[in-house]
Ligand binder design. Sequence first.
Ligand SMILES: Cc1ncc(COP(=O)(O)O)c(C=O)c1O
Length: 443
Amino acid sequence: MVTVVAASAAAAALFNVRVPRRRLGEPGALAPFDAGDEMSDTSSFLDQVERYSAHNYHPLPVVLERGEGCWVWDIEGTKYLDMLSAYSAVNQGHRHPRIIAALKEQADKLTLTSRAFHNDQMGPFLEELCAATGFERALPMNTGAEAVETAIKAARKWGYTVKGVAEDQAEIIVCTDNFHGRTTTIVGFSSEDQYRYGFGPFTPGFKLVEYGDADALAAAITPNTVGWLVEPLQGEAGVVVPPDGYFGACEEICRANNVLVLNDEIQTGLGRTGRMFCGDWDGDRGDILIVGKALGGGVYPVSAILANDEIMDVFHPGDHGSTFGGNPLGAAVGRVALQVIQDEGLVEKSDRLGTWFMDQLRGLDSPHVGEVRGRGLMIGVVIKDESGPARPFCEALQARGILAKETHHQVIRFAPPLVIDQETLEWVIPQVAEVLEGAAVAV
Ligand SMILES: Cc1ncc(COP(=O)(O)O)c(C=O)c1O
C-alpha cells in the first residue's frame, strides 16, 4: 500500500519532476525517460486545458498525439497501451487502416447532406446494420445520448399509439446506477447525485428499480409501463455484471406485460463483452437495441436505434431527426466499422482473450483487490475501500505505460481495443501485478 501511495504522490507531480518511465518500443522494453523541454510542453498543454476548458473531466495527466491499434503515444514520445479504448468506442483499434481509408475516400466525395436529401451511403449502412443485429429498421443518430433519447421517444409513442396508454401517462422503468448519457432527461433518472445535482427540473415518467433484481422490475410494472431501459452489463457504474439469467428473465417479464425492452448496448455492444451484443449472454437483443461508440470505428460519432416495424413505424416525417444523423461520412465509416468487427473475428477474440485475462487477474495475489469481474474484454478490478481509491493505481499503471481509468472511485476498468493480442496481454499482467501486489513501482 505504501508504495502505491508513494506512486500516487509521484504521479501527481509527474510533469514537474524527472522520473524514469518506460518507452514501449516492444512490450516490456525499458528506455530512459527523456525529460527536458518536452516536460514543460506537457505542462503547458495541461495548463491550457485547465485555463480554457470547462472543468467537467478529471483526465490522467497525459497528452496524447498519436495512436495505432491498441497503442497511443504522448507528445513526449512515450508509448502507452490503451486499456480504455475511449470507453469502448475504439473496439477496432486506433486508426484502423480500413476505417481510415473509408473515411478519407468518403471525405473526398460527400460528407453531409442532412436528411433533406438522400445520400448513397445511408441506405447500405442501415441495411448492413439491420443484417448485423437482426432488426427490421434502423434510425441513425450521432452520439449515444441522442440514441437513448430516440429510444425513449420511440417507446413512449409506441405506448400511446400501439399499446393504448393514456396521453402523458407513459412510464419507463430504469435501474439503479444506470448510465445512459448526459442530457437533462437522462441525468434526471440517474441514481447518482452528482449527475443530477443542479440540473433540475427533470423530465417525469421514469421509475427506478434495483439493478439485478428481476422481481423488483416485475413489481414496478403497471398498465402505463411502456419500456424497461437497461444496460445488460453496467459499464460506468463500475463494470457491474448482473446475476446470471437476469437480463433474459427480465425480457420475459417485459414481454409477458407488453413492455418494451430498451437495450442500451452503446458500451457493451459490438463485441466488447465477448458476444456481438451483451444481451446474447442470456437473452436476446431487446425490442429496441441502442448502439453507438464503436459503430463509429473510433473516428466519428455514429449511433442508432434498431427495432422492428411495429415500433419504428411510430415515427413519421417531422417526428424526430438530427442534421448529422445518417450523414454519408458517418454511414461510410459505420459500414466498415461493422465489417472489421466481423472480418477480424473481434467478438470471438474478446471472448477468448477476455476469459484468459480475467483468469490471470483473478490469480494475482493482491491485498488491494476485492473482486475482478466482467465479460469479454470489459473487466473491472475492484479496489478494496481500505486500500483507498482506484485513481492512484491507475496513475501507477500510467507510469508503467498502461492507460487505464478508474470508474466509480474503486474500480479500475480494463477494456483495451479488441484488436489487442495475447502477447501484449501477457506483458500487461506483470505490470498490473507489480502495481496491485504493492511491489516496487517505477515512479
Ligand atoms: C451505456 C451507455 N449509454 C449511453 C452513453 C452515452 O454515450 P455518449 O457519450 O456517446 O453520449 C454511454 C457513454 O459512456 C454509455 O456507456
